[in-house]
Design a protein around this ligand. Structure first.
Ligand code: UDP
Ligand code: MG
Length: 335
């Protein structure tokens, strides 16, 4: 079980979870736009900010936020644990009946929140926000993203909806199911889709980042793709077995051919190029297969260690009634 108790509040209907890593430049605009939206909806709301080890004054800025009608729950992680861990922390701390995940850079427009709530009120458990356009992204990023969704949906048993990021609304039941997943590998797009439940999709245009820089680069994205595939499918292992079997079969046929040829027509040596090709090809396939096994073994190693996903250094609650929960230290993420 979790060894940190969520600060429960019966009067929070909507939680907006926002992971932040060095986002002091966007925070004022984010808060202005979000507060305006939350003030316009009848549901009482809380904003759960997770400061993922920022070093640009994001935490200090969070402390200085002016009081607003929404409750602010500010959580400071002890270092940068990555967006996936920050989101896990936020989902575990959120106590609303509906939970929305929002990027802090305003790429996901908060103005769409009333639409999302309306669909939830219609009875849907998950409101997926699908990107119609990916403004400010290169064609290569769009192409590699499309390829990634094709691969993962071919391999994984639970579908990962295409072009749906972390921006989505989930009902309490879905969030509780997600929180119950014990794994350390937090490939969020897969984890958030895994519970299923009734889903609806809203298309939207994703804006470019308001300010600052993306925290992702291509090597991180490739790592994320490998995490995603290995966390949701063991098909690559089967592929390695198939490649092994096919190669062995081909080698067997070729061996018989070489034998027959030698017996009937003799062999005048030579054959260096074909030997080299076979050797290099086999070495390549073997290394690839060992690499795939290694990827899984590494993940088993990480899971077995069972370390917490994140450490909360400080947690503060600020509501319009000026309740401030004193600083406490807690380790969470271990179930
Ligand atoms: N983020 C985070 N921890 C990290 C990296 C990113 O909490 O280690 C947050 C970041 O502050 C932002 C969100 O995750 O709110 C998305 O990050 P970013 O905009 O850099 O990603 P992109 O939109 O380019 O995929
Ligand atoms: Mg972004």
């Amino acid at each position: 079980m979790k060894n940190i108790s969520r600060i429960e509040s019966r009067d929070v209907i909507l939680s907006v979870v926002i992971p932040m890593f060095n986002e002091s430049q966007v925070l004022p605009t984010l808060l202005a736009r979000l507060t305006k939206v939350l003030d316009s909806v009848p549901e009482s709301a809380e904003i759960v900010f997770i400061d993922d080890g920022s070093n640009d004054g994001t935490w200090e800025l969070l402390q200085a936020l002016p009081p607003s009608s929404s409750r602010h729950h500010c959580i400071k992680l002890s270092r940068n644990f990555g967006k996936e861990a920050a989101l896990t922390a936020g989902l575990e701390q959120a106590c609303g009946l509906a939970v929305i995940i929002l990027d802090s850079d305003l790429q996901d427009p908060p103005e769409l929140i009333p639409k999302m709530i309306a669909r939830w009120r219609d009875g849907f458990d998950v409101v997926n926000m699908k990107r119609r356009s990916r403004l400010g992204e290169t064609w290569f990023k769009r192409f590699s993203a499309a390829a990634f969704y094709k691969i993962i949906n071919n391999m994984a048993d639970s579908p990962v909806p295409e072009n749906v990021g972390d921006f989505r609304l989930m009902s309490r039941q879905v969030v509780d199911s997600v929180n119950a997943l014990p794994e350390r590998n937090r490939f969020m797009k897969g984890i958030l889709s895994w519970p299923g439940f009734s889903q609806v999709t809203i298309n939207f245009d994703r804006d470019p980042r308001l300010a600052g820089n993306t925290k992702w680069n291509y090597s991180k994205l490739v790592g994320l793709a490998i995490d995603g595939i290995t966390a949701f499918s063991i098909k690559p292992l089967r592929l390695a077995s198939w490649a092994g079997m096919m190669t062995a079969f081909a080698a067997f046929i070729y061996g018989i051919w070489v034998l027959i040829k030698t017996v009937f027509w003799g062999e005048s040596v030579a054959g260096y190029p074909s030997m080299m090709i076979v050797q290099v090809a086999l070495a390549g396939i073997q290394l690839l297969a060992i690499g795939i096994i290694g990827e899984y073994l590494g993940r088993v190693f990480i899971e077995v260690k069972g370390r917490p996903l994140y450490i909360i250094e400080e947690s503060r609650l600020k509501s319009s009634r000026a309740v401030d929960v004193p600083k406490y230290h807690a380790v969470s993420g271990s179930k």
